[in-house]
Design a binder for this molecule. Structure first.
Ligand SMILES: Nc1ncnc2c1ncn2[C@@H]1O[C@H](COP(=O)(O)OP(=O)(O)O)[C@@H](O)[C@H]1O
Ligand SMILES: [Mg+2]
Length: 251
């Protein structure tokens, strides 16, 4: 059984690039011996990406997340995926989570397709044997054939996406987190991808989906959250939440 409790959850993110200090030069500065104490100097700005967000989710919830750009949708999904710990409040996430946020995250371009499948499986919490057991399904779904034995830097972007999508959807999580449904490559593959995603959603006990597409939210979700400026404005049925969100946009 999966369960989620967010209790006044807040996330503050630091931005380093005011006064021309890019993250890259910050990292370089640190690796050449700079200390961490400068993190609080005046060139750092803090964004409150999430502010006192509270809600609970339980088995069977299919939750759509709506809101404008910068509203905090992706930040919320990262908290739910345990990528960002809250900087205030509480977030209890119980259940195995898998997120379709950054599909190619953690892929090693010098490793072969097969090696990447194994590594990603292990990253998703499987042991080596379980990770290897994913291979036949991914071989069949990705249709990459002999290419799976080659380093993935030799793949086209479409091939890369097929592999990343196939691997990311091979493991069935209790809590599934999706940031916009991805149109994967050509039409035939996109249709296959939709079917696979549908199965993943059906098997998940809790699903979160951030999307700009109201039809997708209405079709797939039983509940919706409306985010604005990092705050949770409304938690209710998709119809009611989408109507309130639209009324606010049209104001
Ligand atoms: N890595 C980051 N570092 C600093 N600020 C960020 C980062 N990611 C997002 N933000 C800021 O946090 C706020 C929420 O962003 P985000 O969660 O991506 O919104 P959405 O997905 O709804 O468009 C925005 O103001 C955005 O600029
Ligand atoms: Mg986003």
């Amino acid at each position: 059984m999966a369960h989620i409790i967010l209790d006044k959850t807040g996330v503050e993110l630091a931005i380093y690039n005011t006064r021309g200090r890019a993250l890259k030069s910050e990292i370089l500065r640190r690796t050449v011996g700079g200390g961490l104490q400068d993190v609080h100097d005046s060139s750092v700005q803090v964004v409150n990406a999430l502010k006192e967000v509270s809600f609970e989710a339980a088995d069977g919830d299919r939750i759509g997340i709506v809101g404008g750009n910068g509203a905090g949708k992706s930040t919320l999904l990262r908290v739910l995926s345990r990528v960002y710990p809250p900087t205030s409040g509480r977030a209890v996430i119980s259940g195995r989570v898998s997120s379709l946020i950054d599909l190619s995250m953690g892929m090693d371009t010098d490793a072969t397709g097969y090696e990447n499948i194994e590594m990603r499986g292990i990253m998703l919490g499987l042991n080596r044997k379980q990770a290897q057991a994913l291979i036949p399904d991914i071989e069949e779904f990705s249709e990459l054939g002999e290419f799976l034995s080659l380093p993935i830097r030799t793949y086209s972007s479409g091939m890369m996406l097929r592999l990343a999508f196939a691997v990311s959807t091979a493991v069935h999580p209790e809590i599934l987190v999706i940031d916009e449904i991805i149109g994967a490559g050509d039409a035939a593959f996109a249709e296959k991808a939709q079917k696979r995603l549908q199965q993943l959603i059906e098997k998940a006990s809790i699903m979160f989906l951030a999307s700009h597409d109201n039809t997708t939210i209405e079709r797939l979700c039983t509940r919706a959250l409306w985010m604005k400026s990092g705050r949770l404005m409304m938690d209710g049925s998709p119809e009611a939440v989408l109507a309130a969100y639209k009324a606010d946009k049209d104001k």
